[in-house]
Design a binder for this molecule. Structure first.
Ligand SMILES: CN1c2c(nc(N)[nH]c2=O)NC[C@@H]1CNc1ccc(C(=O)N[C@@H](CCC(=O)N[C@@H](CCC(=O)N[C@@H](CCC(=O)O)C(=O)O)C(=O)O)C(=O)O)cc1
Ligand SMILES: N[C@@H](CCS)C(=O)O
Ligand SMILES: [Zn+2]
Length: 766
């Protein structure tokens, strides 16, 4: 019999229940016990969904209050001393690492959070010390949750992040120089102890994720697999299913001999179906293939015919007992259920499948290959109809869009003049001081803003009433920025539910959901819009708000747009057309918006591209360069329609730009704002080394945490930056937008930031 399996289920619940519970707990509106109870309810509900659908292998320990890497940090007592010494309750210590803690005399910033591979999910980086030790927590979460499911009558397969990935995805703490992988021999005994405890609890099999196997790995990391998996596959421990996802493992086949002891290897056959044959050829004589054929990263219905063919071809070589049908990755990256979508157009709804539906898909495919297609004939016929409907839909063939794309010329990608001329024109036009201050766009999205938007969406207030409310918000944000004495103002983005969803809702070729939430980090969720056809802009999207904001202040107003790559990456893209085509369609739509903003009197325009980096193919090489070429072209096409005197900003909220610096430089943006407050300022050295000529605002404080940075702290940060950047180049801004913050901390932090800039201006003129 071919088993069906799910690698992980979304944690938030049908109605973002976990987000609501976490946030209520943080606001002292929910007790610890109530939060714990709610988490248990969600876990049980999610296991039950999978059990009811008939999934054979159901995961546990895929739940996390905040993030699963953070769970492992606490599980192995790899908690940096600044948190453990605060003597907080275990749950509060956990949240302190995730989001910082500034209460009752304890003041600790959060640990660094970075993108989970090429997804829009963020994980907390294991942050390691030179004298790092690991011990197993006294009440290990994976065991606790396994027993919880068992008590409910569900035997699960616990999921762990593997030790090699845990360390390789980590880093040395600030001021430490430890090479994370050198700690492997200290960590492995803790995994062994944990596996023993899981076995004692009744876990026969454990899923151990080693997703780094899809990346290029240094030899020493590859070498670590052998001793690790010898130890973890010793007798008396549960069987291991080693899971990889988001790429192919063929380039790491030299590691496979080290994995001979694991009972199964999971590979992503949605992303890289071509690896199937090679992987099958590399399996040991009894090893099982877990075939990831149901996409954990997108919302399209699985093409059953294609998936069944893939699984059948594995069965032909391995036999039915050595193949498992699985999701390609955890379903963490998909919304909970399509059932909640009452407003979706019926045509496109028929093309989609969210987590709950995907769970059923794995069971249908497993049944089809076990008992034959006749056993699921109805499901196969319905699926074939959906595939046919999508392939022949009018939505995907917009002649006007295609004609415009065909007419794009190389000159459309270039600004009128090189940077020095533009800079001169912008100086005259904008008259900014040295160390100019600005923010990244959004200001706090208060409860009141969300309530009003909700009322508008439900038709409880009119468009006019909502517009008036937004104008009032903009006016207030502008006044506050004037009081703070910022130099380049923003309108605050109060009208935007999300920086991508907002644009998706205004562009033709997109569909959007009412409840299709996906966790981005911690309690924060996004509702990615879905690209269902060719994209075009039926009308201006942001001009009204930016024009209004510009009209009520004498200071320069920065217009705020989301760039083509970010719009694409943070949407669910089409899988029937290359992403470069979708990006160019988006670029043309945004170009029109940029030109309209300039015509409306907005002469500083920021085109955010925070997703540019996460789109990088995971391995270096030709694919990466191809991606960067079309991605950079899309950005340039979106930005180049303006005069020299109009200043184009771009924003990236990450600091890992070394490996594609040439692409950042090629964007030719006049000003870049980047995340930097939580990384080593010496990362900025690359700007000096490469003699980067344009202006840069490395974030001077972290916006993910409610913590207020002191003026001294910000000045120290600026001083570090000035080791690598020229004063004339440096802008002073936070790491990212302020939408997740409260006003109180926002004003306090920006006051300190503006004062720091002023202090530097004085030092500079002295
Ligand atoms: C900058 N980042 C973004 C990423 N991806 C995006 N798509 N967008 C981003 O901004 N990736 C990287 C980073 C970090 N990520 C995030 C992600 C999400 C948030 C965030 O603040 N999310 C909000 C939801 C935002 C939103 O869409 N809000 C809507 C709906 C609000 C709502 O919940 N309404 C209620 C009713 C009103 C009420 O009573 O409150 C409801 O529907 O029940 C809106 O504003 O209209 C979140 O809350 O998680 C930040 C950074
Ligand atoms: N302009 C956006 C960028 C986020 S990456 C904001 O400020 O929220
Ligand atoms: Zn950002």
């Amino acid at each position: 019999m071919v088993q069906s399996s799910v690698l992980g289920f979304p944690r938030m619940g049908a109605n973002r229940d976990l987000k609501k519970a976490n946030e209520a707990y943080w606001a002292d509106k929910l007790s610890r016990d109530e939060l714990v109870k709610e988490a248990k309810r969600l876990r049980l509900a999610h296991w039950q969904i999978q059990k009811d659908a008939g999934v054979d292998v159901i995961p546990s320990n895929d739940f996390a209050f905040y993030d699963h890497l953070l769970d492992h940090i606490q599980l192995f007592n790899a908690v940096p001393e600044r948190y453990s010494s605060a003597k907080l309750d275990a749950l509060d210590e956990y949240f302190a690492m995730g989001r910082g803690h500034q209460k009752d005399g304890v003041d600790v910033p959060s640990l660094e959070m970075v993108k989970w591979f090429d997804s829009n999910y963020h994980y907390v980086k294991p942050t390691l010390q030179d004298n790092q030790t690991f011990t197993l927590s006294s009440d290990p979460k994976p065991v606790r949750e396994f027993l919880e499911a068992k008590e409910a009558g569900i035997i699960t397969r616990p999921v762990l992040v593997g030790p090699v990935s845990f360390l390789h995805l980590g880093k040395a703490d600030r001021g430490q120089s430890v090479d994370p992988i050198s700690l492997i021999s200290k960590l492995v005994p803790v995994y062994v102890e944990l596996l023993k405890k899981l076995k004692e609890a009744g876990a026969e099999t454990v899923q151990i994720d080693e997703p780094i196997l899809v990346q290029d790995l240094p030899q020493k990391v590859k070498d670590a697999f052998k001793p690790v998996y010898e130890a973890l596959t010793a007798s008396g421990l549960p069987k291991l299913v080693l899971a990889t996802y988001f790429g192919d493992v063929v380039h790491n086949f030299d590691v496979f001999p080290a994995l001979q002891g694991v009972s199964a290897i999971h590979v992503d056959l949605v992303r890289n179906p071509e690896q199937l044959e090679a992987v099958v050829g590399k399996l040991g004589p009894n090893q099982i293939l877990s075939a990831g054929v149901v996409d954990g990263r997108n919302i399209w219905k699985t093409n059953f015919k294609r998936a069944i063919e893939t699984v059948e071809s594995a069965i032909q070589k391995l036999g039915k007992d050595r193949v498992i049908v699985a999701t390609s990755s955890s379903l963490l990256h998909t919304p909970h259920s399509l059932e909640a979508e009452k407003k979706l157009d019926a045509e496109v709804k028929d093309w989609f499948s969210f987590a709950v539906q995907k769970v059923s898909e794995v069971t249908v495919i497993a049944k089809a290959v076990t008992e034959g297609p006749a056993s699921v004939r109805e499901a196969l016929e319905a699926n074939a109809k959906s595939m046919e409907s999508r392939a022949t839909s009018k939505r995907t063939n917009n002649k006007d869009v295609k004609d415009r794309q065909a007419g794009v010329k190389p000159a459309d990608l270039e600004r009128q003049s090189p940077f020095p001329q533009r800079l001169a024109a912008q100086k005259t036009h904008l008259k900014l001081p040295i160390f100019p201050t600005t923010t990244i766009g959004s200001f706090p999205q208060t409860k009141e803003i969300r309530i009003q938007r909700n009322k508008f969406t439900k038709g409880e207030i009119t468009a006019e009433e909502y517009e008036r409310f937004i104008e009032k918000e903009i006016e207030e944000v502008v006044r506050i920025q004037e009081e703070l004495d910022l130099d380049v103002l923003v309108h605050g983005e109060p009208e935007r539910n999300d920086m991508v969803q907002y644009f998706g809702e205004r562009l033709d070729g997109y569909s959007f959901t009412t409840n299709g939430w996906v966790q981005s980090y911690g309690s924060r969720c996004v509702r990615p819009p879905i690209v269902v056809g060719d994209i075009s802009r039926p009308a201006a999207m942001t001009v009204k708000e930016s024009k209004y904001a510009a009209s009520i202040s004498k200071k320069p107003m920065k217009g705020m747009l989301t760039g083509p790559i970010t719009c694409l990456r943070w949407s669910f893209p089409r899988d029937d057309v290359h992403q470069s085509v979708q990006a160019q369609q988006l670029a043309l739509a945004i170009r029109d918006e940029v030109v309209d903003l300039e015509a409306a009197g907005v002469f500083v325009i920021q085109i955010d591209e925070p997703a540019l980096r996460e789109g990088l193919p995971l391995r270096a090489g030709e694919e990466r360069e191809k991606y960067l070429s079309w991605a950079v072209d899309s950005f340039k096409l979106s930005a180049a329609g303006v005069q020299d005197s109009t200043q184009i900003h771009s924003h990236f909220c990450y600091s890992e730009f070394q490996d594609f610096f040439h692409a950042i430089a090629a964007l030719d943006a006049d000003v870049l704002s980047i995340e930097n407050s939580k990384s080593d300022a010496k990362l900025l050295k690359v700007f000096e080394d490469k003699e980067y000529p344009r202006h840069i605002g490395p974030g001077v404080y972290d916006i993910h945490s409610p913590r207020v940075p002191s003026q001294q702290e910000i000045e120290e940060r600026i001083s570090e930056m000035l080791q690598w950047l020229k004063p004339e180049q440096l802008w002073i801004n936070p790491d990212c937008g302020l939408k997740t913050r409260q006003w109180k901390e926002t004003k306090a932090a920006l006051t300190n930031m503006v004062n720091s800039a002023k202090s530097y201006r004085q030092k500079h003129s002295a």
